[in-house]
Structure formats: C-alpha cells, structure tokens
Design a protein around this ligand. Sequence first.
Ligand SMILES: Nc1ncnc2c1ncn2[C@@H]1O[C@H](COP(=O)(O)OP(=O)(O)OP(=O)(O)O)[C@@H](O)[C@H]1O
Length: 257
Amino acid sequence: MKTSPLLSVSGVSKSFPVNGVPFRALADVGLELRRNEIIAVIGASGCGKSTLLRCIAGLETPDSGTLAIAGVPVTTAGQGSAVVFQDHRLLPWLTVRGNVELALEPLAMTAAERQARAARYIALVGLDAFAESYPRQLSGGMAQRAAIARALAVETDLVLMDEPFGALDSILRTRMQEELLKIWRAHQVSILIVTHDIEEALYLADRVVVMRPGPGHVHEVVELALPRPRSRDTEAFSQLRGHLLAALAQTPAEVVA
Ligand SMILES: Nc1ncnc2c1ncn2[C@@H]1O[C@H](COP(=O)(O)OP(=O)(O)OP(=O)(O)O)[C@@H](O)[C@H]1O
C-alpha cells in the first residue's frame, strides 16, 4: 500500500517585484517528501532553494500552487514544520535553555513539562553543560547545535534546514552531519535540507532534488540507493557525485534566462 507523503508541493510558483518588474524565482515546482525521509535540495545560487523552503515553512506565500504537510495546506508560519537556518538565530539575551523553552511556549504544556523537554533536547545535541550559557559564549558549532535542539524540541514531523552547516569548518561540518543522522535515526523525523555541498547531499539524503534557475524549477530528482553508514570513498558515491555535478551544470541559455 502506498502511504501518503508527509509533504507535498505541487505547481508552486513565486515572483518578487524587482525594480517594479516581477522576477520569477520559482516556476511550477513540485516535490514530495515521504515520512522519515531525508531530501537534499541542491542547485546554483539564486535558483530558488531558500524561497522554496520559506514557502514550505509558511514564511512566504506562493503566487500559485499548493503546499501541504500531512494533508493540511500550509497557511501560516511554523505550521507542521520547524526551521534551522544557516545563522543560528538564537536570541542573544536568552540562554540555550531559555531559547529552547521559548520555542515551546506556544505548545500546550506545563512549565515543568517544557523544562523537561528542553533539557532532553539540549542533552541530545550534547550541550547539557552549556544550557545556562548565552549564545555569545558558544562556538559556531555549539550555537548551531542549540538551534537544532530548538527546532527538534517542537517535535514536528518535518524539519526544514537551510544550509545549516554552511558556516562551519569542514571537520565540524562532517561531525554535525553524523550527529544529524543519529538524531534522525532515533527520532524518526523527516528532513528537507538545502545545501550547496554535493558531498553533504550524498552523505545525508535518500533523494536529491536538483534545481536549476531561470526561473527556479526542479530539474531532476535523484534516488540515492546507497546503504548507511555511507563511505565517501566508494565507486557508487563518486559516480553519483559525477552525476549530480553534471545535473547542476547549466547551459549558457539557462544562465542568462
Ligand atoms: N524577498 C525577495 N525580494 C526580491 N527578490 C528575491 C527575494 N527573495 C529571493 N529573491 C530572488 O529570488 C531568487 C531566488 O532566491 P533564493 O534565495 O531562493 O535562491 P537560493 O537558490 O536559495 O540562492 P543561494 O543558494 O544563493 O542562497 C534570487 O534571484 C533572489 O534574488
């Protein structure tokens, strides 16, 4: 029996006014995310990856098309999903604990439940010793882990990540990818991650959505039949890397469109 997708995006188009003229950022974008799946969205700068993610998060309203999470149309921000951005966006005047607890405030739970849940997710990302630290006292990786704890603590089925490790050095980035997979395995969330990094997409995702600009559209969806844990040194990995690099390459006509 085919189960219904957690996220369905269909025919989504979005334009922005630029100097009084509509600029088409997305045209007729469609994709589906299954439950407990990880999808990576890759594509050249400006092809509309973040705009698509913001539409799914309810932070942007598409001009046309439909977006639904668990069958419910997305109409407001934070409905059915939580977002992790490239910059952690923690509130500087709150501690790690305060930031995570604040995200839980809209949820129907007692203060004690909120504190217990926040503590659990802070521990999950390995920051228990830093729960009372302020963002300025954390390294970039720690702050990003706090942002991930804050997103996961809300316990939505869908987590949206926009270049979550983009500002981290390559060693930390690899470690964070491992940690994300551990959390994903333990918590059965579905993840849509926007990344510039082909290796990251290949390491994390079940499927890779390749977008192209002019206007932003889905060019190809690549199923990654790679067993986990994955090694970056295998023939299959490097073949897929080559395939994605070729899929990202644009014709001159697309670049100027
Ligand atoms: N609020 C806005 N107003 C005007 N133009 C916008 C706005 N948001 C996005 N755009 C334009 O829409 C296009 C797609 O932007 P978007 O940020 O979605 O691309 P992206 O693929 O995420 O790029 P990058 O990889 O560089 O982050 C870009 O040309 C951008 O300039």
